[in-house]
Ligand binder design. Structure first.
Ligand code: BDR
Ligand code: CA
Length: 284
């Protein structure tokens, strides 16, 4: 039987790849998308979630509008969150299915449900505070000794450090950090093989990364980092990523630091195999 999956998301280009991967994977049954501010503001992330589902032919999947805040990654993902291409995606005739993500989690989560959280953790923390339990929670976020917002803080944890603290202290998540996702480069060959509508969203993101590579004199292939899709792959097929238990905490700036909370951290994957898995699911 397919595993029920909910994705908490702030689309976002790599979120789009992650959602598409889940929507096209028979191992999981997508029960809903809950939206959160993050890469851009909540109105846009919610609109993007709806349009992405319409493009994927999945208007059956409910979208629940979650927590607002200040979006902070338009330089990476474009002003609309999808590389300026959001309005090229079809409109979704289905309206949002409400704005109470805590209630949605409480009503929808069963003991076998997996939740993949691939944006700031505000919705998840609110639900935890209201007593919702997450049987399996896969979180993209954090970096061990590295960051992409500050030297030590990764974007999703930095965007709501308090929420990230609640999650790591109370929910025993599986953390998929930058240390791993930064090694998972979806190169130009990959992008040329997947759904052209998805690769069509990547222009701003590729330009941003290319600028950074130039600064760092890196010769790496021009492509994108599919952070969120790496985490969702573990939600779809457990064991895709190799996990190890670490004692961790999150400081007030959103940096992952050593601490007393035992959590599983994704350390390694067979990226060529995962890349082919993604390519196969996302092509066509
Ligand atoms: C994370 O931040 C966002 O910009 C991406 O969508 C991903 O969830 C990577 O740090
Ligand atoms: Ca994201």
């Amino acid at each position: 039987m397919a595993t029920p999956l909910i994705i908490d998301t702030d689309p976002g280009v790599d979120d789009a790849f992650a959602i598409a991967l889940a929507a096209r994977s028979p191992e999981v049954e997508l029960k809903g998308l809950t939206t959160v501010f993050g890469n851009v503001g909540l109105d846009l992330t919610t609109a993007n979630a709806l349009r992405l589902l319409a493009h994927l032919g999945r208007t059956d999947v409910p979208v629940v509008r979650g927590s607002a805040g200040t979006g902070g990654a338009a330089d990476v993902h474009g002003e609309d969150g999808l590389g300026g291409q959001a309005l090229t995606l079809p409109e979704n005739p289905r309206p949002i299915a409400g704005d109470d993500t805590t209630r949605f989690f409480a009503d929808t989560i069963t003991p076998d449900t997996v939740v993949a959280a691939i944006g700031p953790l505000t919705n998840i923390a609110r639900a935890i505070e209201a007593g919702v339990e997450f049987p399996r929670l896969v979180v993209m976020g954090g970096g061990l000794g590295i960051g992409n917002m500050t030297l030590r803080a990764e974007f999703n944890f930095w965007a709501d450090a308090k929420a990230a603290q609640t999650v790591i202290r109370r929910a025993r998540p599986i953390i998929v950090p930058l240390n791993l996702t930064q090694r998972c480069v979806a190169d130009t060959e990959f992008l040329s093989r997947v759904d052209p509508v998805l690769s069509g969203l990547t222009g701003t993101y590729r330009a941003y990364l290319a600028g950074h590579r130039e600064q760092n004199h890196s010769r790496q292939d021009e492509g994108i980092l599919v952070h969120d899709a790496v985490a969702v792959a573990e939600a779809i097929v457990p064991g895709t990523l190799q996990l190890a238990v670490h004692g961790l905490d999150i400081d007030d700036e959103g940096a992952l630091v050593e601490g007393k909370h035992q959590v599983e951290v994704a350390e390694e994957t067979d990226w060529p195999a995962l890349r082919s898995f993604m390519e196969q699911r996302l092509s066509g």
